[in-house]
Write a protein that binds this ligand. Structure first.
Ligand code: FES
Ligand SMILES: [Fe+2]
Length: 327
């Protein structure tokens, strides 16, 4: 997406969108909806110096201005200026573009960008994108987020991960619009070294899991990052998009072993979430309880859901304020 004319299509909350780089290298987003009769302007991704609707061929420049209306004859009082593309807010953080359908929303940095960068300091230029995977999971997106927001289940549900981190060392810090779970990696003399992924951790090496409200997560390991984006597809279905980032000099076999390790954890979580999705609807279940130490991240996430559902105009007052830090 660095060159003028590069574009990608997607959808946000059911709205088709196209994001592109214009001739001045500015990133722009538009509804991917032709103002003539609602045809698609672009499909998939690629590179084009204009957008031509796939239906009747109306053509727009990369600023969204209507340029050509082929064979559009016998039309009275037609003002092409009233048929330009409708722009959308677009912002970037690291290599990711974020589109906002709300013209009046606060900028991305006010939600979590600057504060997150200052505290967690992920340097995206130190990493390269190596693999991407998608998972379709038949659960409500909040069931998946609840699961992600706590490591309380690691000892029981993730034997491989439990060899690397322990509950004694796990803390959850909650901020206004994000939370971070962090655990120091167990030293090498704990556990059979042949079963360990991190056989020689450096002092202070830790595993972190960040949730950036509402649906952007980062698995932050000493030797790799993976972003997880949860996209709800319905009340009981979601698409999970995983991107794996590794240091520039990491060997293929080390990268493969990490992807395999994470994939295993992923399927363990999917199995749990599938069952919870069914069980939440059991007549026997009304509500549970949270561990204050280990499930404060779930509480934090659910409190944000509650807040936004009840008052859709939540705005960040100034910059994100730390709410609580694990001991
Ligand atoms: S719908 Fe786009 S040109 Fe007709
Ligand atoms: Fe898990």
């Amino acid at each position: 997406m660095q060159q003028p004319g590069n574009f990608v299509t997607s959808d946000v909350a059911g709205e088709p969108i196209v994001v592109l780089r214009d001739k001045d290298h500015t990133l722009r987003a538009f509804y991917n909806v032709c103002p003539h009769r609602a045809g698609r302007l672009a499909r998939d991704k690629g590179s084009r110096m204009s957008l031509q609707c796939v239906y009747h061929g109306w053509t727009f420049d990369l600023n969204g201005k209507l340029m050509q209306t082929p064979y559009f004859i016998d039309v009275e009082n037609f003002d092409p200026d009233k048929f330009n593309l409708i722009p959308l807010r677009v912002d970037t953080w690291g290599p990711y573009a974020f589109v906002n359908l709300d013209e009046d929303a606060a900028p991305l940095a006010a939600w979590w960008g600057d504060d997150f960068d200052r505290i967690r300091g992920i340097r995206w230029d130190e990493w390269r994108l190596v693999d991407e995977r998608e998972y379709i999971i038949n659960v409500n997106w909040k069931v998946y987020m609840d699961n992600y927001a706590e490591g309380y289940h690691v000892a029981t549900a993730h034997p491989g991960l439990a060899r690397e981190m322990s509950l004694e060392n796990l803390y959850v810090d909650t901020y206004r619009f994000y939370s971070t779970q962090r655990a120091i990696i167990k030293p090498p003399f704990i556990g059979n070294p042949n079963n360990r992924r991190y056989r020689n951790p450096r002092e202070g090496d830790q595993i972190c899991y960040h949730i950036l409200w509402p649906n952007f997560m980062i698995d932050d390991y000493p030797d790799n990052l993976s972003t997880n984006i949860v996209k709800p597809l319905g009340p009981d279905k979601l698409l999970l998009k995983f991107d794996w980032w590794f240091p520039h000099d990491m060997s293929q076999s080390d990268m493969d072993s990490m992807i395999e390790f994470a994939d295993q954890v992923q399927y363990e979580d999917i199995a749990i979430c599938d069952e919870v999705q069914v069980n939440l609807q059991s007549r026997s279940y009304q509500r549970g309880r949270f561990s204050g130490r280990y499930e404060n991240g779930v509480h934090h996430f659910q409190a944000l859901v509650h807040r936004f559902v009840n008052s859709p105009n939540v705005v960040p007052e100034g910059y994100p304020v730390r709410v609580a830090e694990g001991r």
